[in-house]
Design a protein around this ligand. Structure first.
Ligand code: HEM
Length: 139
């Protein structure tokens, strides 16, 4: 009897401690801490990329990190409200080409890889982000 209760208790602990596929993408990824880690890695990747870095020459990186993290959290169905500008407003005037866009996505993937985000979850996040692509290209 005692062993039975112990078994059920252990199972409950295990279940509540592990993210399951019915959890939001945000929870499955590891929550805010993981989002912040990805954003930090992404900024690092940008800093070392001579093609993408010039776009950020006049950018307030603290604001960028905050807004980008909010947006990722929102895409992942986390408990955040995106409070930044629209993608058209932000990227308008940059005339971003497809090659520059794809390179930025590669840097973002590298940031997720470094943070140990499983590829299945990366693909889910990327497909949600892809909806903004047309709002940024050649504007
Ligand atoms: C992968 C898709 C992308 C997403 C989801 C994205 C998202 C964002 C977000 C949320 C912000 C902050 C908005 C705000 O401050 O209100 C931002 C800013 C910025 N993004 Fe993107 N971005 C993407 C691709 C790109 C690309 C391809 C470039 C350039 C090659 C770029 C260059 C910038 C720059 C320079 C800023 C800062 C603008 C400023 O200083 O006000 N982004 N982006």
């Amino acid at each position: 009897m005692v062993r039975g209760i112990l078994f059920i208790w252990t199972c409950c602990l295990l279940v509540s401690g592990c993210a399951s596929r019915s959890d939001t993408l945000y929870v499955q990824m590891g929550g805010q801490q993981k989002i912040d880690e990805i954003v930090e890695n992404f900024v690092y990747e940008i800093e070392f990329n001579s093609t993408i870095l010039p776009f950020f020459a006049d950018t307030d990186i603290t604001r960028f990190s905050e807004k980008f993290a909010e947006q990722l959290c929102m895409f992942a169905d986390g408990p955040c409200q995106y409070s930044g500008d629209t993608m058209e407003q932000v990227h308008g005037g940059m005339n971003i080409t497809e090659a520059q866009f794809n390179l930025t996505v590669d840097l973002f993937i590298a940031a997720m890889n470094k943070a140990g985000v499983p590829h299945r979850l990366q693909n889910q996040l990327l497909s949600r982000m892809a909806t903004t692509r047309e709002q940024m290209l050649y504007k």
